[in-house]
Design a protein around this ligand. Structure first.
Ligand code: AMP
Ligand code: MN
Ligand code: MN
Ligand code: MN
Length: 284
């Protein structure tokens, strides 16, 4: 049942490998019935994906994954059912995308210092028209022979303390949640198990997020281990937050998890989609 709904994935509009229409075709082939596309900081794939979803008989949910800085850490906040024409949301995300370009140049400068030339151009050749992300740098670095795969290349070059990491100031948590809420959406903390926050900060984050009007946290995601499903189900319950789920699929070879294989939310979770028209078939 649960595998039928996937509320987190990426297309070529951000750092996924499949164009929006191919991503939808892939989801359909995997048996997904309700799909949310959540590209990083960009709403540009939603209209095409929605059209494609109609052809495949899939219910489509607008989404976005917003990069946020909270206590000097980067967090991801997913917005679901956002209005893709909301001017405040569109403007804010355009600002984030501009800043990403400057950040990409800084990443390239860091890599140049350790003898890796032309990384900006190299990453750009993978990003094509889309935003510049560390995933694109990773693909370039693998292609150039600096590591054997994307996973090791991140560890070696692209995380804190490594030559291709730059401290970047993203949006605040409050701004991201507010933008999502004001555009009619549901705000969801993406893959909370990935932030390595510790007990106190994790609870502080949930409390703050709830205070800004946050709706849910991802409980079942490709980034969580099965014990984390239960851990975050409990946290959701404790903070009266709903639960979301998604594969975080980025395309063949770039993902933790395929689409269509998500286990059920643990017992007791309130699904973020509980009152959604799009998920009527699942809620019946
Ligand atoms: P950025 O938003 O530019 O910092 O890029 C972040 C993206 O890089 C994430 O959304 C993931 O797709 C990818 N990523 C981050 N950390 C890793 C990792 N350790 N291994 C593989 N991909 C990663
Ligand atoms: Mn990504
Ligand atoms: Mn993420
Ligand atoms: Mn993601």
């Amino acid at each position: 049942m649960a595998a039928l709904i996937d509320l987190h994935c990426h297309s070529t509009i951000s750092d996924g490998l499949l164009p929006p229409e191919e991503l939808v075709a892939h989801a359909a082939a995997r048996g997904v019935k309700v799909l949310g596309l959540t590209d990083h900081d960009d709403l540009g794939g939603l209209a095409i994906a929605r059209e494609a979803a109609k052809r495949y008989g899939i219910a489509f949910v607008n989404g976005v994954e917003i990069s946020v800085t909270w206590k000097r850490r980067t967090l991801h906040i997913v917005g679901l059912k956002v209005d893709a024409d909301n001017p405040a949301l569109k403007n804010a995300l355009a600002g984030v995308r501009d800043a990403r370009d400057g950040r990409a140049r800084e990443i390239a400068a860091g890599l140049a210092k350790v003898g890796i030339a032309d990384a900006y151009e190299g990453a750009k050749s993978f990003a094509k028209q889309s935003i510049m992300t560390r995933s694109h740098f990773a693909q370039f670095l693998v292609q150039a022979g600096h590591a054997k795969n994307v996973k090791t290349v991140f560890k070696k070059y692209l995380v804190k303390g490594k030559p291709g990491f730059v401290e970047h100031q993203w949006m605040s948590l409050e701004e991201a949640v507010t933008l999502i809420k004001q555009s009619g959406g549901f705000a969801v903390i993406a893959h909370p198990g990935r932030y390595d926050l510790g007990f106190v900060n994790m609870h502080l984050l949930m409390h703050e997020f709830r205070g800004y009007g946050g709706d849910a946290i991802e409980v079942v995601t490709g980034s969580h281990t099965p014990p984390q499903y239960d851990q975050f189900a409990k946290i959701a319950h404790r903070f009266s937050l709903k639960a979301s789920q998604g594969s975080d699929y980025h395309g063949p070879g770039l993902s933790y998890m395929e689409m269509g294989y998500l286990p059920d939310l643990p017992h007791g979770c309130v699904p973020v989609w509980q009152d959604w028209e799009e998920a009527r078939l699942l809620n019946a």
